[in-house]
Design a protein around this ligand. Structure first.
Ligand code: NDP
Ligand code: PHD
Length: 371
């Protein structure tokens, strides 16, 4: 397998929480080169290091420090092929459409286009096969090269990886109950006021439960027979109920999950542990993964040993594999449904920037991005 081509990329929302993670990940990337940075008119015109309130634990990469931030207008990004968007959802919708119309390959973190019937909602460890709808998206909008791919809500991303592994091993799932404990960084910067979250739990995150319940079906479902829309898991109906909470953790969303399988009797906890640990993401070529998908984790799901009774924990486990995989622990029988477990997903890594980058790596490998 030869080394992929070098590709110039732009980051929109480069000054934000997700944007800063993009900057760090792309600075070390072997074939994506950041040449354009975009943010609000408040930041535009300033060198990146002046515009950004840098909140990462390593310094601003020297390769982007002095790049002048631009307004998010397609003509300002003429030398880029790929656009990664970490834009605030208030503005992401129209800006991403403008970039698509200008024939950019847009990989978005925002919620705005996730429900669009021809925009794939891709968690790269699960459903990169949904990229096959891109030719239809292009023909519908009379485009040669442009498209939008979104990644999922950060909590949904963590949930669907083990669910996909379980469906793959044991067939259809019937019901999912999930309760989240979501980090403050999920709300961007400055996010939740300290007086609301310190010494506290907030049992409401606007729109989050609806997103988890809908997005899980779009991701785990297939495409319709004509390949031109998504079937939302209609052949084997899956019921999902989510309860979302904000907790005083900086990074890393924890989720408590209970599952009922269609298969009777259901698999044992040990069978579930094995299925999770051995899951390999469809669509990421195993033999050449390091070359074509350098941002993918070596292990999609890390299952904590039965003796590690108190894992996963955000502080201890969120940075394993750079936060690119999902950590699962406490797999055990559920006396109400069948099996229950705890998962941890790094909301700004796999839950956001890392997924976008892996999506772009896969799209490049499949020839969906035209360089
Ligand atoms: N944080 C997380 O864990 C996750 C976030 N997301 C999604 O990713 C996106 C970014 O989130 P996050 O980084 O947390 O948000 P932030 O609030 O931290 O950053 C928002 C970014 O949008 C830019 N922006 C705001 N207004 C405009 C405008 N009018 N024109 C152009 N750019 C503008 C900001 O630029 P400026 O600095 O100049 O104001 C900033 O770069 C959101 O859609 C969010 O829902 C998805 C998954 C996880
Ligand atoms: N709402 C998520 C983060 C986020 O921005 O989600 P979305 O991209 O689905 O709007 C959280 O607060 O943790």
């Amino acid at each position: 397998m030869s080394q992929p081509k070098q590709v110039n990329v732009g980051v929109l929302g480069a000054t934000g929480t997700v944007g800063q993670r993009f900057i760090l990940l792309l600075a070390a990337h072997p074939f994506f080169h950041t040449t354009g940075l975009g943010a609000s008119p408040r930041s535009a015109g300033q060198p990146y290091h002046r515009a950004v309130r840098w909140k990462q634990t390593s310094p601003i990469p020297s390769s982007v420090r002095d790049i002048v931030v631009k307004e998010c207008k397609p003509e300002e990004f003429a030398d880029c092929v790929v656009i990664f968007s970490g834009l605030d959802a208030d503005v992401a919708g129209d800006i991403e459409l403008a970039f698509r119309a200008a024939e950019f390959a847009v990989f978005s973190n925002a919620k705005n286009h996730r429900r669009d019937p021809v925009v794939p909602l891709i968690v790269p460890l699960v459903n990169s096969s949904h990229l096959s709808i891109i030719p239809h998206q292009r023909s519908l909008h009379s485009l040669q090269k442009g498209f939008i791919v979104t990644n999922a809500n950060c909590s949904t991303t963590g949930l669907v990886v083990p669910l996909a592994a379980l469906e793959h091993a044991f067939g259809p799932l019937e019901s999912i109950l999930v309760t989240t404990l979501q980090a403050i960084s999920g709300a961007g910067y400055p996010g939740v006021p300290s007086l609301d979250i310190f010494d506290n739990v907030v049992p409401y995150i606007g729109g989050e439960e609806e997103k988890m319940e809908y997005e899980t079906l779009k991701i785990l479902g297939g495409l319709t027979e004509d390949g031109k829309s998504f079937d939302l898991h209609s052949n084997t109906p899956l019921r999902v109920s989510a309860s979302c909470n904000r907790v005083p953790v900086i990074e890393g969303h924890t989720e408590i999950v209970s599952v009922r399988f269609a298969q009777r009797p259901p698999p044992s906890p040990e069978e579930v542990r094995q299925a999770l640990a051995s899951f390999t993401p469809p669509g990421i070529p195993e033999e050449s993964a390091k070359v074509v998908c350098p941002s993918a984790p070596e292990r999609a799901i890390v299952v904590h040993d039965v003796l590690e009774v108190d894992r996963p924990q955000p502080r201890l486990d969120r940075d394993f594999q750079g936060g690119a995989g999902v950590n699962v622990g406490r797999v055990r029988e559920c006396p109400v449904l069948d099996i229950k477990f705890v998962l941890l997903v790094n909301n700004v890594a796999l839950g956001a920037a890392t997924s976008s980058i892996i999506n772009a790596e896969i799209a490049l490998e499949k020839g969906v991005i035209q360089v």
